[in-house]
Design a binder for this molecule. Structure first.
Ligand code: PHE
Length: 346
């Protein structure tokens, strides 16, 4: 018997009808519109509908049939494109394979942190070539001709034997020389970058590592300015209670020169195995730029003075996260790298 309920139920069924494959569409067509289909059956039974209801039921049944045909066509088209895209019957609506997101390398995170601190102090970032000449890495920085750093043992030479051989830079001080050559005074730059030294790889040394070096040149720059800049940096980097200690040292390009230690942020000076019981951790070298270095780059050393400093990024990262083997930073072991997924402060 044709009833309003049956017709409504079929309209609802059509609304909810979903098919993922062409096979399912064909099954739905047969079930509704096939020779023995549910809608076809209603048309058969239409004969028995009361005369005065025929008009009304006839109209609604035709609407139902049209709606069913349209829906089947639409589903057919939709599943055809899926099949064509795929070239197979694979179900593309299944959830995908998860793709793990990468994250920043710990060395990049610390480099950015150092750069951000000095940017706040008004420093610009300068970069330069990794393959450099002897002049910018050594000569302009007051290295005497026989200085051991020029030795084959420390430096990777690209073209040995020439007057000004090409080599892989051993520090980013070469970028400071390039900055002095081309920038107007006063100069305030930091130079982050990769450096290369011919060293045996161990837990504490690697033949490739990263540095951030800094340079400030102006009139009346003093050692007190250097001390203050380093203290502010150390407190931003390692916490507001951090103390610094300066030990006399030697670099060909600075005079006087100093090595900087920060108070151990793990034991707070009491002594632990990270600071080897001393309460202090070495973080960088620094000093007042030697007048010879200023003059070599055409800066009047009577009028201008400046300071420079340089630190290894891996070293700072080791202290920050208490990693005791430098090699972890180069081996790209995902188990190690994933530990830093949440280390970026956003
Ligand atoms: N260039 C030095 C190094 O690579 C670091 C340094 C930079 C020291 C500037 C003093 C001043 O070890």
């Amino acid at each position: 018997m044709v009833t309003k309920e049956k017709i409504d139920a079929l309209f609802n069924q059509l609304n909810d009808l979903k098919c993922q494959t062409q096979k399912q569409v064909e099954e739905a067509r047969v079930r509704l519109l096939g020779r023995k289909g549910e809608i076809t059956a209603l048309f058969e039974e239409f004969r028995n509908v009361d005369k005065d209801m025929k008009r009304e039921f006839g109209r609604v049944l035709n609407e139902l049939k049209q709606a069913a045909s349209a829906k089947i066509e639409q589903l057919k088209a939709a599943t055809e494109t899926v099949a064509a895209d795929n070239g197979s019957n694979e179900d593309l609506t299944m959830p995908g394979e998860p793709q793990p997101l990468g994250s920043r390398h710990p060395v990049s995170i610390v480099r950015q942190e150092i750069v951000d601190i000095f940017r706040k102090f008004g420093y610009d970032v300068a970069e330069g070539p990794e393959i450099e000449d002897d002049y910018h890495v050594f000569e302009a920085l007051n290295f005497p001709p026989n200085h051991p750093a020029r030795d084959m043992q420390d430096t990777f030479f690209v073209s040995a034997g020439h007057i000004n051989p090409l080599l892989l830079r051993t520090h980013t001080s070469s970028v400071q020389v390039r900055s002095m050559e081309k920038m107007d005074l006063p100069i305030r730059v930091i130079c982050p970058g990769r450096v290369f030294r011919n060293e045996a790889i161990s837990a504490r040394a690697h033949c490739i590592f990263h540095q951030v070096e800094g340079l400030y040149i102006d009139e009346n720059v003093t050692f007190a300015d250097l001390k203050q800049a380093i203290l502010l940096f150390a407190r931003e980097m390692f916490g507001p209670d951090t103390q610094i200690r300066m030990r006399p040292s030697y670099f060909p390009f600075t005079e006087p020169s100093s090595e900087i230690d920060v108070s151990c942020n793990i034991c707070h000076g009491k002594g632990c195995n990270i600071c080897k019981g001393t309460g202090w951790l070495e973080i960088m070298g620094c000093g007042m730029v030697d007048p010879n270095v200023l003059e070599a780059s055409g800066i009047d050393s009577k009028k201008y003075s400046g300071f420079a400093f340089g630190m290894g990024i891996e070293r700072i990262a080791m202290l920050k996260w208490q990693v005791n083997d430098l090699r972890h930073y180069f081996e790209n072991d995902l188990r190690f790298l994933r530990e830093f997924d949440s280390a970026i402060e956003v």
